[in-house]
Design a protein around this ligand. Sequence first.
Ligand SMILES: [Zn+2]
Length: 278
Amino acid sequence: MENFTSPLQKYKRQPKLVIDLPSKGAWYNDKIVDKFEELEVYSMTASDEIVVKTPDALITGNAVVNVIQNCIPAIKNAWMLNSHDFDYILAAIRIASYGDNMSVSHTCSKCGNEDKFGLPLQALLDHLSETDPVYTVRIDDFTIRLRPLTYKEMIENQLYTMKVRRELSQMNATVTDPEARDKTLNDIYSRINKQTEKIICDGIVDVTTPDGEEENNPLFIKDFILNSEGKYFDAVQETYTSNNQLLSIPKTDVSCSECENTDSIAPSLDYSSFFLKQ
Ligand SMILES: [Zn+2]
């Protein structure tokens, strides 16, 4: 648009909050983010809201990437945001758009009564900005350095899992011969294992040997991790698992309006519900 003199211009959106990235910019360059401190967060526009209401748009990640880049101009390539920052950024956009309160439906574990609770998202921001995931694994005098997965990798992994689940249910519906079932099942499980190996090995930056020599060639690293004793692979996998637990959303105690039973719940970061005003 050439016309910068429109009287509407000054009524356009203003930043609603300013955030620092929990990762402090580690793992990024200036093609991914302009800066990692004091990023301005704008609310979603009407057209963002229309896009995220299309179910398919969320599955491929494209809609989420566009919304992030649109709401936080300092983020240039949201595909490369990592798992340390990702939920923090989504929560900040949600707060900028709809306020701090996220309404969550919960069925009481004791009496089955359904209540709606408003959970504060600021608590999630506070938690994630204080969390310090571990990216260095030391085992038998080896040092294995890891990096967090990017959004692109997380989405690829999700799409793969969905594809395999679909194949499993198709097989259950169509293949009846026991031998053929076993063969197909083995094939599917071996592909799931391969995918797990890929995700684990892709996240390794380098390995330093007890002699202090460093290897950063992904092919040699993968060969070492997969073809040595299992303890190296296990140590890396355990580190990822415990990081995921650290980065997961803290639970809040809520009390049932019927029987006063207390349950612990967390807001869902299932993106389709996260982006919708409730
Ligand atoms: Zn109850």
